[in-house]
Write a protein that binds this ligand. Sequence first.
Ligand SMILES: [Mn+2]
Length: 358
Amino acid sequence: MNASLELLAAMLPEDVDAALIASEVNRRYFTGFSSDAGYLLLTKKDAFLLTDFRYTEAARNTARGAEVIEFRKLSETLSGLIGKLGIQSVALEGSGFTINEGLRIEKMLEPAKAVKNEKLDEAIGKLRVVKTTSEIESIMQAQRITERALQDILPMLKEGTVERNIALELEYRMRKLGAEGISFDLITIAGANTSMPHGVPGDYRIRSGDFVTFDIGALYNGYHSDMTRTYAVGEINEKQRRVYNTVLQAQKLGLEAVKAGVKAGDVDKAARDYIYQAGYEGCFGHSTGHGVGLDIHELPTVSSGNETVLQSGMVITVEPGIYIPGEFGVRIEDTVVVTSDGYINLCTIPKDIEYCTL
Ligand SMILES: [Mn+2]
């Protein structure tokens, strides 16, 4: 077994002999091997990665810490292993199966008992929430690619450019720079569309006086990055400037609250209180942030009242925004690594309005 599998094996719930992990992201987390099908069976001593013919060679070359077993019929291979290892109860991962698949697997595991509760998922969550150095390096690399791609396309930020062409160009550049793909459908929206936090880039053409929101990220080694910048094209009005600077200050206060030992909810509060006190209550309807890793949104959730205590090595976003329907919106987002005395910001693109006005 490798280090992460050993940690999980030691955290297996008392009442089970093994765990069955099906989700692609968790199979990848624990073995380093990614495939859109397969099962990871973990006992307190051994780990087995069950794959079919399509993945056997790649799995044997790449997977760490688990013995790769090729199956023709999953039910036969699974029951063979269960019998050989004397397994009587198996914890099922909660998020890895559809309900139908879960029921099918439950039958295959017989006579072993399938156990479904949150304990296994909690153990996996506890491991994944604190990143290792190499995980942080992958996120950093994804962020570096994102920033370089963004710098490259800035000349497109002028009157007449179509929103979705910006998204296309960014994706192309990210891939050219070594990204495996994009972290999510890139948000490159302008003008009144910026009032929709997750607006979809369409045929709108940029006009002078528009804000343009970029919520973008690349995928590298399976890891995501996440950053939002709002640019101004040409002259903006006083109201736009006031909203921009309010969000910028709220984001700064949110960041300043980040530190190991602080509750995630307090980071949210630092940013949110400032926005509400500035008179924009009702214009900031989403959480201040979220964890980033193999999933673009993962634990911890940086939301109002969240009691999660931040730990060194967690990677979170701080992304307050103000959205005025029909007019415009502003969001500014950085992804940071929590440290004992604060944070390391993985996003290096400046945020002041002078820099962000083109
Ligand atoms: Mn985000």
